[in-house]
Design a protein around this ligand. Structure first.
Ligand code: PGA
Length: 253
């Protein structure tokens, strides 16, 4: 059965309590737009507050530590995030891979920990400009996913994949619809191989990288695109819900 488009806002290192009003506005708009599943990943400091303020949208985190507890100053475990109200965690984002040197192996351990804490996982992947120019984007992205996805038996319920070409993140450049479809089709093939014919076809594959209200319709209407992971344009209810609205207006597939 086709799932609803999934529109996820990644607030990154943005947001103080003053932004709770945006979260409330996003939640109210999501209640009027039930054709789309909407979620927000605020910074750690706002997870509990957003969770308390909203009724409809999902609330998640942008990272977690692979362990459950212990002497890891400054880190936050999946169990703690679940306790704060997070229902999912974004893992493997290119900014974490770059800023914190995260390896596929570490990301897989984090995913296992998130699943053990009862959370869903949004697993990010994506190639650099140099890798795309060298013609190796697909091989690179599938290699990342193969090495960072954990084994799980209910993948269609608990896993979402987000394809985010690094050169499109925060740059205003987006991949062409044809490139997105080609990559998502390759990712779909891998998901069927890894998770079988029952779960593989149902796992949503999001596109991310400079998604805005004015390009959302083309990108979200493309084959194999199950939604969007949105950074900059998720910081205000107006632009974020513009994207969700575009997703809700797509013909039923
Ligand atoms: P952007 O970020 O929408 O600002 O390009 C997307 C992301 O990094 O998830």
């Amino acid at each position: 059965m086709a799932q609803r488009p999934y529109i996820v806002g990644n607030w990154k290192m943005n947001g103080t309590r003053a932004m709770l009003s945006e979260a409330r506005a996003i939640d109210r708009a999501a209640q009027r737009n039930m054709k789309v599943e909407v979620a927000l990943a605020p910074p750690y400091t706002l997870i509990h507050a957003v969770h308390r303020e909203v009724e409809q949208i999902g609330v998640g985190a942008q990272d977690c530590h692979p362990g459950e507890d212990g002497p890891h100053t400054g880190d936050v475990s999946a169990t703690m995030l679940a306790d704060a109200g997070a229902k999912f965690v974004i893992l493997g984002h290119s900014e974490r891979r770059q800023d914190h040197g995260e390896s596929n192996e570490l990301i897989r351990q984090k995913a296992e920990s998130a699943l053990a804490a009862g959370m869903r996982v949004i697993m990010c992947c994506g190639e650099s400009d140099a890798t795309r120019q060298s013609g190796k984007a697909e091989k690179f992205v599938l290699g990342q996913l193969r090495a960072s996805l954990p084994v799980m038996d209910d993948a269609s319920e608990r896993l979402t994949v987000a394809y985010e070409p690094i050169w499109a993140i925060g740059t205003g450049k987006t991949a062409t619809v044809a490139d997105v479809v080609e990559m998502h089709t390759a990712i779909r093939g891998l998901l069927v191989e890894l998770f079988g014919a029952e779960h593989g076809p149902e796992i949503r594959i999001l596109y991310g990288g400079s998604v805005k209200p004015d390009n959302a319709r083309d990108l979200l209407g493309a084959a194999e695109v199950g939604g969007a992971l949105v950074g900059g344009a998720s910081l205000t209810a107006d632009s974020f819900m513009g994207i969700a609205l575009a997703a809700g207006e797509l013909p039923e597939s």
